[in-house]
Every structure is written in structure tokens, then in C-alpha cells.
Design a protein around this ligand. Structure first.
Ligand SMILES: [Zn+2]
Length: 194
């Protein structure tokens, strides 16, 4: 589990994700014709697709901007988030992709369900690195993501988004989320990458 010499933090996270059944590699949206096309199609509703968001498809994390433009630490955080998506994809197969894309008539979307599972990692790392203050600030930031256009209003209304995320923060404060898989493995990998 130790941080191998010469291995960057992101590389370490990729290595650990593969060890724990979530094989992933990095790609760049600007280097593929199909991602550039999707970026053009999504521009009216999701202008940040090409230069501000990472997208995982199959085992590839497509990063925004140019190769080398993002700090290693940020890529490591992206890998930690996509690690959860990759596991869910492998466990649920086409159901993951279908439900991610579809709206469900239950007040929030299935996309919010999957993203809450993945963003639990951001909340867990915020708690790990900055305690209550960082956790609360990260939760407030995520409420905006969940309620707003970044994920096509997957959890519309700030109140609803708060109700969606608050139980995750509670589990983190209690230390119970960190005991479950994949979060236990992700946290150990993160600690080992320092
Ligand atoms: Zn995600």
C-alpha cells in the first residue's frame, strides 16, 4: 500500500483502483473526435463539458483541458471519484448507464443516486483533511452541483439537494462510511499516496 517512489499521486490511485477491481486509465477529451463532437452537442446545455468536467466511459476517465494541464493532486481526486463509478458500472452493467441517463419520477434522478455515491468520496476526503469545517464547505459546494445545471438539475432545489447529501456527511462524521467498500479502500489508497 505504500507510495511507490517515482509514482505520482494520480498514478498511485489508478494502481490501487485496479488492485481493488476498478481498472481505470486516463484519456483526454481534446484528443478524441467523439468527445469533441459530444462537447459540441452539449455546449448549449453543458458548456463546461470540454474544459471543466471529467467523464468516465468504460474504463477510461476522459479529462478536460490538455495533457499535463491539470495538477497531479486534482487528477488523483478525480480518480478517487471515478473509482466508485467504475465499480458501479461493473456491478450493474447496462443498468448503470441507462439509469444514469434517465430521469426517474421520484423527486430526484437515478443520476443523483450514482453521483451521491461518488461524491461521498469528496466529502470523506474533506473530512479527512480539514475536519468539520472542510466537510461543511464541501457539502455546501456539492449542494450547488446537485441542484444546478452541472448535472442537469439531477436533484432540483437546494433543500432537496441538502437532504440528499446530509446523511452522507453524517455517516462520515460517525466513521461508518469509511468502513464500507469501496470507501475503505479509497481512503487507504489516498493516505498511502502522501
Ligand atoms: Zn460522477
Amino acid at each position: 500500500m505504500c507510495y511507490r517512489e517515482g509514482m505520482g499521486r494520480a498514478e498511485h490511485m489508478l494502481h490501487q483502483a485496479a488492485r481493488h477491481g476498478a481498472p481505470l486509465r486516463l484519456g483526454y477529451k481534446l484528443e478524441h473526435r467523439w468527445t469533441r463532437l459530444v462537447g459540441r452537442l452539449l455546449r448549449p446545455i453543458l458548456p463546461e463539458f470540454m474544459d471543466r468536467t471529467a467523464t468516465v466511459v468504460g474504463g477510461v476517465i476522459y479529462l478536460p483541458l490538455r495533457r499535463g494541464a491539470l495538477p497531479d493532486d486534482l487528477i488523483a481526486r478525480v480518480v478517487a471519484h471515478e473509482w466508485v463509478h467504475r465499480r458501479d458500472m461493473l456491478a450493474f452493467g447496462p443498468l448503470f448507464y441507462l439509469s444514469y441517463a434517465l430521469l426517474l419520477p421520484v423527486g430526484w434522478t437515478a443520476r443523483a443516486h450514482w453521483e451521491r455515491r461518488a461524491y461521498a468520496v469528496e466529502l470523506m476526503l474533506a473530512w479527512e483533511e480539514g475536519g468539520e469545517q472542510r466537510l461543511a464547505a464541501t457539502e455546501a459546494e456539492l449542494v450547488t452541483f446537485f441542484a444546478g445545471s452541472s448535472y442537469l438539475w439531477m436533484c432540483p432545489g437546494r433543500r432537496r439537494a441538502q437532504r440528499c447529501l446530509a446523511p452522507v456527511s453524517q455517516q462520515i462524521r460517525a466513521g461508518t462510511l469509511q468502513e464500507t467498500i469501496p470507501y475503505r479502500h479509497i481512503l487507504a489508497a489516498w493516505r498511502g499516496s502522501r
